[in-house]
Design a protein around this ligand. Structure first.
Ligand code: TYD
Length: 135
């Protein structure tokens, strides 16, 4: 579960005119991309996330600036600091996540395996733990 979530080192084409990174479904991430969304203008001290997903796979990228993602499988927690546009954090289904420590002007890009569906969310930590058989 938590062990399946990891930083993926994305391809980087270094160029004096500016670097380029690309992401191909199936090649660099283990899911087909159905949706893209991004968080921006995040005020200092704000926290995002605070939920889990039943079936959704995601890749989280700090396209600009930096922030932390705390992943939790109900037993263990792991904090990832994202601060490079060529690192993607793969988050598998059934993981609780929280995002904090956003730097000023940071942008969080998320690639997702499905379209937005509120019924795929665990909004409550206790119901997430119950679904994991931990409560
Ligand atoms: P949410 O996923 O809770 O945001 P975060 O995890 O970043 O804190 O979504 C916040 C709101 O935006 C919620 O009302 C649902 C809505 N939303 C969409 O309509 N479509 C989307 O693709 C996403 C990610 C959220």
């Amino acid at each position: 579960m938590l062990g399946d979530c990891k930083i993926i080192d994305l391809p980087k084409i270094a160029d004096p005119r500016g670097n380029l990174t690309f992401i191909e479904a199936g090649a660099h991430i283990p899911f087909a991309i159905e949706r893209v969304y991004y968080l921006y203008d995040v005020p200092g001290g704000a926290e995002r996330g605070g939920h889990g997903h039943k079936e959704l796979h995601q890749l989280i990228v700090a396209i600009s600036g930096s922030f932390d993602v705390v992943l939790d499988d109900g037993c263990k927690k792991k904090r990832f600091h994202l601060n490079r546009s060529y690192y993607g954090l793969y988050v598998c289904p059934m993981i609780w996540r929280e995002l904090d420590n956003f730097s000023s002007g940071s942008v969080c890009l998320v690639l997702a395996s499905n379209r937005y569906d509120e019924s795929d969310y665990f909004r409550d930590y206790d119901s997430y733990l119950a679904a994991q058989g931990l409560k």
